[in-house]
Design a protein around this ligand. Structure first.
Ligand code: NAI
Length: 255
């Protein structure tokens, strides 16, 4: 039975991923702030370290899969928290659990990014080099000074996607597959909070995918489960938009 750790397992996409994988025969080790197999706060270095130790203990040091779903949206009270969870809450776990993944016969790792990674010129944001250089203090200062949660969000998602792609060569040689799924609007508590927010609600409401609706968490989870499976054994270093056509609508000539 494959053993897969899933962050953000208590809600939304992470909960759906946990269910689909459990139904497919995985033993899932859920990680979240509460109501999980591993309760830990991924916004702090101490919380991330505790999560890594506890996962290693629960999987006896060998892990077949890691899926990083935990994330905060633009309604987070603090732009710094968005950076801490969405970037460092992913990269620290990936690095810390890599030795356990290497022990698996067919390890696969997946990060939930976002279509937002390709919007608002996120690739040119000053935050991105700080994140890719692991400068958490510098990134937090910049995020808190700018006070623009949507910029922190898109920069964190761009950087975490770049992080995954930068790992592709090293991980490919180690036999660990790594991919990113970039959802568009998906009906979860995070999305609902954005819709209800007086600053962002109108824009979120008006940004409708060509397919004419938001997705549901299971539509993301099914793709994740496929990418984690042996059927996807040649898929590595990819970024998959599961967004009802949003990315194609905005960037038809970028692929
Ligand atoms: P959600 O709010 O339903 O679930 C997020 C989970 O992350 C929650 O269970 C929460 O407790 C956990 N989490 C947040 N901060 C944490 C921390 N400090 N430590 C541990 N766990 C923490 O949201 P949703 O929509 O399921 O989001 C999952 C991922 O999908 C996120 O990375 C989000 O950015 C991404 N995403 C979501 C989209 C959407 O429209 N819902 C669109 C694009 C990306």
């Amino acid at each position: 039975m494959p053993v897969t750790a899933v962050t953000g397992s208590a809600s939304g996409i992470g909960a759906a991923v946990s269910k689909v994988l459990s139904d497919a025969g995985h033993r899932v080790i859920g990680i979240d702030r509460a109501n999980a197999d591993v309760n830990a706060d991924l916004s702090t270095p101490a919380g991330r370290d505790a999560a890594i130790s506890e996962v290693l203990s629960q999987c006896d040091g060998k892990l077949d899969g890691l899926i990083c779903c935990a994330g905060l949206g633009v309604t987070s009270p603090d732009s710094g928290l968005i950076i801490s969870v969405n970037y460092f809450g992913v990269t620290t776990l990936v690095d810390g659990l890599q030795p356990a993944l290497e022990k698996s016969e067919a390890p696969a790792l997946l990060i939930i990014g976002s279509v937002a990674a390709n919007q608002q010129l996120a690739n040119q944001d000053a935050m991105v080099p700080l994140l890719l250089n692991c400068d958490e203090a510098g990134a937090l200062e910049l995020a808190r000074n700018s006070g623009q949660p949507h910029i922190a969000y898109s920069a964190s998602k761009y950087a975490v996607t770049a992080f995954a792609r930068q790992k592709a060569v090293e991980y490919g040689r180690k036999g660990i597959r790594i991919n990113v799924v970039a959802p568009g609007a998906v009906e979860t508590p995070l999305h609902k909070a954005s819709l209800d927010d007086p600053r962002f609600g109108e824009a979120v409401k008006n940004f409708v995918a060509p397919i004419g609706r938001a997705g549901n968490p299971e539509e993301i989870a099914d793709v994740v489960a496929f990418l984690q499976s042996e059927k996807a054994s040649f898929i590595h270093g990819g970024v998959f938009f599961v967004d009802g056509g949003m990315d194609a609508m905005v960037r038809s000539q970028a692929f």
